[in-house]
Design a protein around this ligand. Structure first.
Ligand code: ZN
Length: 181
């Protein structure tokens, strides 16, 4: 699935009914539609998103927990997801992928990754190579949009009472889009 299959949010009416009056809708309205910020004393939402430097969310202070990983991959952050739900009390999760993600086709960056660790971090070539081959398979996400869809499906099974929304951030217009379901 590509970015052209996503649902744009340009007006409140574009937000699907199941998200109305939920923190998911508020996130979309704050970020895309410039909704005036409310004051929050506790988090309403958990956001899972990529560590990539090109993204900044427009939303109020205290509104959301954020877990940032490579590719918005939550498979190795489960304790942190559980914490936000159990202790932080959030009842909704927005999982936000983005186009042009570095966690796609990691094999193509193998040489740069290994040389970079040697030159920038002081690792030996053997250490760097072993590190790459050990961790590449669990960090590669394949297609960005498909990954977010499947990751949301997995999280819904794991946390059945929590609302989960698959979203994408377009690094060209800095807007959030809905992944069709
Ligand atoms: Zn990314």
């Amino acid at each position: 699935m590509g970015m052209d299959s996503l649902i744009a949010v340009k007006r409140v009416e574009d937000i699907p009914a199941e998200y109305r009056n939920t923190p998911i809708s508020l996130l979309l309205e704050y970020h895309n539609l410039d909704l005036k910020f409310d004051n929050y004393s506790k988090a309403q939402l958990l956001i899972g998103m990529c560590m990539d430097n090109r993204k900044h969310l427009h939303m109020p202070d205290n509104f959301a927990y954020i877990i940032r990983t490579g590719g918005a991959n939550m498979r190795y952050s489960e304790f942190r997801v559980s914490y936000a739900i159990a202790v932080g009390g959030v009842k909704a999760v927005a999982l936000i992928g983005h186009n042009n993600c570095g966690m796609v086709n990691l094999m193509s960056k193998r040489t740069q990754f290994i040389q970079g660790l040697v030159e920038n971090a002081g690792w030996t070539p053997d250490e760097a190579e072993e590190h790459f081959y050990h961790y590449e398979p669990i960090h590669e996400i394949g297609n960005e949009v498909n990954f977010i869809s499947s990751e949301v499906k997995r999280l819904r099974l794991r946390y059945p009472k929590v609302q989960m929304a698959p979203l994408m951030y377009n690094v060209e217009d800095n807007l959030l889009y809905l992944v069709p379901e």
